[in-house]
Ligand binder design. Structure first.
Ligand code: ZN
Length: 462
């Protein structure tokens, strides 16, 4: 059975490993449920420290992360590890191969390890990684390591999601210079010379010092250089001390808060861009882009005006655009509309016999009806009497007799709901909202859509 979103969210918040793993998979697949769950877990994020680790392949990053994780476990902290491989098209097993030696960590309930790999665009991966970090954060991890393979633009992108980034280098690989060229050093808050028992370690440290003298900007604090031997664990305690020191000073100076704020700003801009693109894309499809192009070719319209027209056709109050089926939310049955010949006669039954209380009668000119609303629990019964012989209610009674006329469903955003229904090709009676009884904004769907039942959508201030 499929778990519901609320179950999934509850599971993540209770640090349930299966829920955490499942939500990350949904994120990788960009499933609509992922966005709904991410919305709900967001208040529980922002607690974990996120540490990025990058550097050339073979620099021993995984081993370093292992050792750091174990160090933190001994201090009673929980640890999440996300291993990102932008070069691999497969997920789930991409980096797990060289994670075999982490078997003891993998069975530790205080450690969560996950591999993520490129599925399509790099931008998508960077974004999915950021969302996966949120899941681990909401899942209660104290520290989250984001480990990337390689030294390219992808690593820089992914490092943007970290509070602090370690750049790992090793002597004798010949990759150092390349790494510097790629600008990876610019993102390093700490530089780690791993495999420091190898020859050339001191020379590398010296090279890096010189490099830092030349390239660092004055306003960013100079990164410390730490020597480690990942395999033996030498220098790990000192490295962690340096990481902690850096985090503490970043916290004190406000730099940490600034970085996090900047990260959220970038995220909002990215979501905004993606969302807008989606809307424009769907509009273009709806507009029949060929027809539009034809007009441009014939010089009946210029490309600028064409785009202006597309933009103008976007509903001003669109929201909840994530996730196809799940955008519109029906809150409850707002009321049941019953067509009656005489309001007074009907009220004598509903009030005197059933004991309901009318909240008053009202004439809705627009629909040629006089209505009475009788609250029933969380919903209401609406009695409708036609004010003219040719009104829709009169015609309804003429055809079918008195009886249930419509079911009204409460929505939060009527315009968005209508836009969505239109987009999905649902037949509507009202394509624009109009005003119903009690100042509510309403719109009717075609009875065919409701399978023979006239459905009304209602948006009202409670
Ligand atoms: Zn109604």
């Amino acid at each position: 059975m499929k778990t519901s979103i609320s179950d999934l969210v509850r599971g993540v918040l209770q640090s349930d490993r299966r829920s955490i793993a499942r939500l990350i998979t949904l994120i990788e697949d960009q499933e609509p449920e992922a966005f709904l769950a991410l919305k709900q877990i967001f208040p529980a994020t922002g607690r974990a420290y996120v540490i990025g680790i990058t550097g050339p392949p073979g620099a021993g990053k995984s081993t370093l992360v292992d050792k750091l994780a174990k160090h933190l476990r001994r201090q009673g902290c929980s640890v999440g590890i996300i291993a990102v491989d932008p070069t691999s098209p497969f997920s789930g097993g991409a980096i797990l191969g060289d994670r075999v030696r982490m078997a003891d960590l993998a069975i530790d309930p205080g450690v969560f390890i996950r591999s993520m790999a490129s599925r399509g665009s790099l931008g998508g991966l960077s974004w999915a990684t950021a969302d996966a970090v949120k899941v681990l954060d909401a899942g209660g991890m104290d520290y989250i390591f984001v480990e990337t393979v390689g030294v390219g633009q992808a690593e820089v992108e992914i490092a943007r999601h970290a509070d602090l980034t370690l750049v790992t280098l090793v002597p004798g690989l010949g990759d150092e210079i390349q790494a510097m060229k790629a600008g990876v050093l610019e993102i390093g808050d700490l530089l780690v010379v791993n495999k420091a028992d190898r020859e050339g370690a001191d020379r590398l440290v010296l090279e890096l010092e010189t490099m830092l003298d030349l390239s660092r900007h004055e306003n960013s604090s100079r990164p410390a250089i730490v020597k480690t031997v990942g395999t033996t664990g030498e220098g790990i305690g000192f490295l962690w001390k340096k990481i902690e020191e850096r985090l503490i000073s970043m916290k004190a100076s406000g730099e940490l808060a600034n970085r996090r704020k900047e990260r959220l700003r970038q995220e909002v801009l990215e979501i905004w861009q993606r969302q807008l693109w989606q809307v424009i894309d769907s509009r273009l499809a709806g507009e029949n882009v060929d027809r539009l192009l034809e007009r441009i070719v014939k010089r009946q319209i210029d490309p600028y005006t064409a785009v202006e027209q597309i933009l103008a056709s976007i509903p001003p109050r669109f929201k909840n655009l994530w996730g196809g089926e799940l955008r519109m939310q029906i809150r409850k049955i707002d009321h049941l509309g019953i067509a009656v010949k005489s309001l007074a006669d009907a009220l004598s039954f509903y009030e005197n016999i059933l004991g309901l209380k009318s909240a008053g009668t009202e004439v809705v000119e627009d629909q040629k009806v006089k209505v009475a609303f009788l609250p029933v629990g969380d919903s209401e019964i609406e009695l409708l009497e036609s004010t003219t012989a040719d009104g829709p209610i009169a015609k309804f009674i003429e055809k079918k007799g008195e009886g249930l006329h419509h079911i009204a469903l409460r929505v939060d955003d009527l315009e968005a709901a209508l836009a969505e229904l239109k987009e999905k090709g649902v037949r509507l009676i009202d394509t624009e909202p109009r005003y119903g009884a009690g100042g509510a904004r309403i719109a009717f769907l075609h009875p065919q859509a409701g399978r023979g039942v006239l459905l009304e959508l209602t948006e009202r201030q409670e």
